[in-house]
Design a protein around this ligand. Structure first.
Ligand SMILES: Nc1ncnc2c1ncn2[C@@H]1O[C@H](COP(=O)(O)OP(=O)(O)OP(=O)(O)O)[C@@H](O)[C@H]1O
Ligand SMILES: [Mg+2]
Length: 250
């Protein structure tokens, strides 16, 4: 475990101010983490950044396993070259998602960081590839259903995630087969919502994932799914969603 103060020096400074930061920026970021209640960071996870292991890296942030008020958490640190000037918008959007019981729980945020629930899970695409053995069709159906339920909860809350056409990056499946939708930086409460339609399109119609889905469980032909989505889209109501799940065989 590395304390926030030590993060400001090499080699850890690379993740605190990725891809580059001034000593002043590093100092103020380290202070802010301490003020937020982050007590340490541990360098673990599937992604490497220089010599360090992290939970993930994207265009706007680096995500680290950390400790906050005795809890294991995920810490998303804003990249210094992020298109977003602060984490404020993402924090607001994630807390809206949380109000709909979706997404990792947001615990704290500052200008350059989010402290949230650490989702110990794998990407839906990897999960589907690895899935085998008895009961795997039923498990696949349950997981697909939970993803779509989260999407419908977002639709009902009027929050559009915005990147669910890339569902493989944005849905993590835990050991108990529960699901978390992540990364709300591009979400919006002003746009027309298309969470269920985008996720269904990616999971069951689009080329990449749907062929794996089809190997794991039986779902209707693409034409049929397109028709089902068309009728869901009109009202996006609970009964329309129930009819969609029914039609998909989930
Ligand atoms: N709460 C979390 N728990 C565990 N891992 C997470 C969590 N949030 C993000 N990650 C990991 O970190 C990666 C990057 O996170 P995220 O997608 O939020 O960053 P980003 O910079 O917005 O990425 P992108 O450029 O793809 O939009 C994720 O793909 C995931 O592997
Ligand atoms: Mg993102």
């Amino acid at each position: 475990m590395v304390s926030p103060a030590r993060l400001a020096a090499a080699p850890y400074s690379l993740v605190l101010g990725y891809p580059r930061a001034t000593p002043r920026q590093l100092g103020s970021r380290a202070d802010a983490l301490r003020t937020m209640g982050v007590t340490g960071v541990s360098f673990e996870g599937p992604t490497r950044l220089g010599t360090l292991c992290v939970l993930g890296k994207g265009y706007s942030g680096v995500v680290l396993a950390a400790r906050w008020r005795r809890r294991r958490v995920a810490l998303k640190i804003r990249r210094t070259d992020s298109p977003r000037k602060t984490m404020a918008a993402e924090a607001r959007l994630l807390s809206m998602a949380n109000a709909a019981r979706v997404g990792p729980k947001l615990y704290a945020h500052s200008r350059n960081a989010l402290v949230m629930e650490h989702v110990e899970g794998v990407r839906i695409s990897d999960w589907l590839y690895a899935l085998k053995g008895r009961g795997s069709a039923a498990r696949a159906r349950r997981v697909l259903r939970s993803i779509l339920e989260s999407c419908h909860a977002l639709d009902s809350a009027g929050l559009d995630h915005g990147e669910l056409s890339m569902i493989s990056k944005h849905a993590l499946v835990r050991d108990d087969d529960s699901v978390a939708i992540i990364d709300f930086e591009s979400a919006s409460s002003l746009r027309q919502v298309s969470n269920v339609t985008s996720a269904t399109q990616a999971l069951a119609i689009g080329a990449a994932l749907s062929s794996v889905v089809r190997r794991r469980c039986k779902i209707p032909q693409r034409r049929r799914i397109i028709a089902l989505l068309r009728s869901y889209k009109h009202s996006k109501s609970d009964p329309a969603f129930a009819a969609l799940l029914e039609g998909l065989g989930l």
